[in-house]
Design a protein around this ligand. Structure first.
Ligand SMILES: Cc1ncc(COP(=O)(O)OP(=O)(O)O)c(N)n1
Ligand SMILES: Cc1ncsc1CCOP(=O)(O)O
Ligand SMILES: [Mg+2]
Length: 564
C-alpha cells in the first residue's frame, strides 16, 4: 500500500449525513441546490427538506411558494426515521408557522435521538437581488436554545438586533469609553461586535456575523463570537475573533451564504471542532468565489473546489480582547524571522531527565527537547528555581557539545538568557512570550497545535516548525482536545507541509510509526516511547532506524511505478 492509497482509503469512509432545510433555487446557484453541491463536494451525503419553492434565474425571483405545513413535517419525519443527521443547516424559513414547526420538531428530536445533531441557522431574509423572502416581523425566538450556530450577514444581523421581535428585548447601548478615540470604521466594526455578542447571548449559541456585505470594510471581516467549545484551548472558548480575508471583488457570488453555512455543517459532520469548521468553510467559500463563473445574465455562482488545501485561502484570525477592542480593524501580526532548522528533526525526543538527554545525544540524536514542569514563575521554592536554571544551562551546553538542535520547552526567558538553539511554546504562551526577542537573537521557535484553527494561529507567527497533536491517546499530559487521529493528521500535513516542517506528537511508538509515516508528516516527537523505555538510547535508535526506513521507502516511487 503506498501513501496515496492509504490517504484515500482513510478519507473515503461512508459519508456522514447532513441535512439542509431550505428553499429551492430553480437557478441552481443558492438554497437547497448550493447546499447539496457543497455537501457532495465535501464528502457528505446531503438530504433535503424543502421549505419553499422559488421561481428564479440569475436576474430575478418571479414567484415564491411556501410548502404546506404537512409537507414540511412529512419531510422531517420521513428523513429522521431512516437517515438521521449528524449536522443540519437551516436556511430559508418563509413563515412564522415554519419557524414554529421546526422549533417543535427540534425540541422533540433532542429528546429522542441519541446524538443531537449540530444545527446551523443561516437566517436568510432577502435575495441578493433584493427580493424579500419572508415577513419583516418573522420571530426566530422559538428557536432559542435549539441552534448551535447563527450565521447572519450584516443586513440580517441588523434586522435581528434592531428591527425584529427579538430586538424588543434589547436595551443596551454601544458601550464605548468616551475617552477612546475611535475612527468611524472602527465604530461600525464595534457595532457589529456588540450586535453579534448580544445575539449570541440571546440565542445561547455561537454567532458568525459575516462581513461580505459590509462594503465599508476594506477586507471582508467576519465577527465570530464563540460560547464554550469543548475540545478547544480555554483561551479560545467564550471568545470573540475577527476572521479576515482579502475582499474578492466578483459578481459571481450568488449562494455564498448558503455555501458557507452548509460547508460549516459538513466540516462539523466530519468531526472537526467548530473553530475548524468555520475557518475551513471560509476558505472553501473564498476559493469558490475566486474561481466562480457566470452562466446567465445576472450574478454567477461559486466554483466547487473540494476540501480546502490552500493556506492563502484561509482567513487571518485575530482574538479580540478588551485591550485591542478599540483598534477593531484588522492588524497583521508583526513578522518575526525565526531561525530555520539546520537539519530535519526526524525522531525528536522530548525529555525531562538530564541523564537520558545525555544518553540520547551520545546515541546520535541530533534534535532534542528539554521539557520540565519545574515552574520558575509559580514555584516559591528558590532551590527549585535554581535547579531549573542550572539544568537549562547544562542541557544547552550539552546540545552545543553534540552539535544538536536543543529546544527548551516553555521557559523562553531562560532559553534566551542562556542561548538555546530554540524554544517550543504552546498556544497559551503566544499571548505572553516575547516572540520578537526570540527571533532577534536568532533562536528557532516550535509551536504546538491541536486543530486547523490553532495551526493557523501558529502559522501567523511563521515558526520554525509546527507540532500537530495529540495524534493518539496519551497519558503524558492531560489534553483538553480529543486525539486527532490519522485522517485529521493527513489533512493538516497536506495543508501545512509545503510551508513548514511538520511534527506529529502524542502516543507515538514503534508499533504505530508506519501509519504516522504514511500521512506524510515530516517528523515525530516522542516522550514515553523513549523516556519510559528500559534503555532510552536503544529505544531511540530503534525508532530512528525504522523512521529512516519508512520515510525512504515512502519517498521513493514503488518498483512497479518505475517500470510503468
Ligand atoms: C514537539 C512538541 N510538540 C508539542 C509539545 C507540547 O507543548 P505545549 O502544548 O506547550 O505543552 P507542554 O509540553 O508545555 O505541556 C511539545 N512540548 N513539544
Ligand atoms: C506534551 C504533549 N503535547 C501533545 S501530546 C504530548 C505528550 C506526548 O507524549 P507521549 O509521546 O508520551 O504520548
Ligand atoms: Mg508549553
Amino acid at each position: 500500500m503506498n501513501s496515496s492509497t492509504f490517504v484515500s482509503e482513510s478519507i473515503m469512509q461512508t459519508p456522514p449525513i447532513v441535512w439542509t432545510i431550505a428553499g429551492s433555487d430553480s437557478g441552481g446557484g443558492a438554497g437547497i441546490q448550493a447546499d447539496l453541491l457543497t455537501m457532495q463536494d465535501l464528502s457528505c451525503h446531503g438530504c433535503s427538506v424543502i421549505t419553499t419553492l422559488t421561481a428564479q434565474n440569475s436576474v430575478s425571483v418571479s414567484l415564491v411558494e411556501t410548502v404546506s405545513q404537512s409537507m414540511l413535517l412529512a419531510q422531517l419525519t420521513s428523513l429522521c426515521a431512516d437517515l438521521p443527521p449528524v449536522a443540519i443547516k437551516i436556511g430559508l424559513l418563509a413563515s412564522q408557522a415554519q419557524v414554529n414547526i421546526l422549533a417543535d420538531w427540534l425540541t422533540q428530536i433532542r429528546s429522542t435521538l441519541i446524538l443531537a445533531p449540530f444545527v446551523v441557522l443561516d437566517p436568510v431574509m432577502v435575495a441578493s437581488s433584493g427580493a424579500s423572502f419572508n415577513p419583516m416581523d418573522l420571530d426566530f425566538s422559538p428557536l432559542i436554545g435549539l441552534i448551535d450556530l447563527l450565521t447572519p450577514n450584516q443586513h440580517e444581523l441588523g434586522r435581528l438586533c434592531h428591527h425584529c421581535v427579538l430586538a424588543q428585548h434589547r436595551n443596551d447601548n454601544l458601550n464605548l469609553e468616551s475617552s477612546i478615540e475611535i475612527d468611524p470604521m472602527s465604530t461600525l466594526q464595534l457595532q457589529l461586535i456588540n450586535d453579534a455578542k448580544w445575539l449570541s447571548n440571546i440565542f445561547k449559541c455561537h454567532v458568525l456575523a459575516k462581513g461580505g456585505d459590509a462594503h465599508w470594510q476594506y477586507d471582508a471581516t467576519d465577527i465570530y463570537v464563540s460560547t464554550s467549545v469543548p475540545g478547544a484551548s480555554v483561551a479560545h472558548s467564550n471568545a470573540v475573533f475577527m476572521l479576515s480575508s482579502q475582499r474578492i471583488v466578483t459578481n459571481n457570488n450568488h449562494g455564498s451564504g448558503c455555501t458557507l453555512s452548509s460547508a460549516i455543517a459538513c466540516f462539523i459532520a466530519h468531526d472537526f471542532v467548530i473553530h475548524d469548521a468555520i475557518v475551513l468553510a471560509k476558505a472553501y467559500v473564498n476559493r469558490g468565489l475566486a474561481l466562480g463563473f457566470s452562466l446567465g445574465q445576472g450574478p454567477g455562482v461559486l466554483a466547487r473546489t473540494g476540501w480546502p488545501d490552500d493556506l492563502q485561502a484561509m482567513p487571518l484570525i485575530k482574538l479580540i480582547t478588551s485591550d485591542n477592542l478599540a483598534q477593531a480593524s484588522f492588524k497583521h501580526t508583526a513578522h518575526n524571522d525565526f531561525k530555520s532548522l539546520q537539519k530535519p528533526l526526524g525522531i525528536y525526543p522530548v525529555v525531562d531527565d538530564l541523564n537520558i538527554l545525555k544518553q540520547l545525544l551520545s546515541a546520535g540524536c541530533k534534535t532534542i527537547q528539554y521539557r520540565t514542569k519545574l515552574d520558575s514563575d509559580t514555584c516559591s521554592d528558590s532551590l527549585q528555581r535554581l535547579t531549573l536554571e542550572t539544568n537549562i544551562i547544562e542541557v544547552i551546553k550539552l546540545g552545543r557539545e553534540f552539535h544538536a538542535q536543543l529546544f527548551i520547552n516553555d521557559h523562553w526567558q531562560l532559553a534566551l538568557k542562556h542561548g538555546a538553539f530554540g524554544v517550543h511554546l504552546g498556544q497559551e504562551d503566544l499571548a505572553t512570550a516575547d516572540l520578537a526577542a526570540i527571533a532577534a537573537v536568532g533562536m528557532a521557535l516550535g509551536l504546538s497545535s491541536h486543530s486547523y484553527f490553532e495551526a493557523l494561529l501558529a502559522h501567523q507567527h511563521s515558526p520554525s516548525y509546527i507540532a500537530l497533536g495529540h495524534i493518539f491517546a496519551t497519558t503524558t499530559k492531560q489534553m483538553p482536545s480529543a486525539p486527532q487521529g490519522i485522517t485529521k493528521l493527513t489533512r493538516y500535513v497536506s495543508l501545512f507541509s509545503r510551508h513548514y516542517p511538520t511534527v506529529a506528537i502524542g502516543g507515538i511508538n514503534l508499533s504505530n510509526l508506519e501509519v504516522i509515516a504514511m500521512t506524510g508528516v515530516g517528523d515525530v516527537a516522542v516522550v514515553r516511547a523513549v523516556s519510559a523505555a528500559a534503555d532510552p538510547a536503544k529505544a531511540y535508535q530503534a525508532l530512528n532506524h525504522k523512521w529512516l526506513q519508512l520515510t525512504r521507502a515512502l519517498s521513493k516511487p514503488s518498483v512497479s511505478a518505475e517500470v510503468r
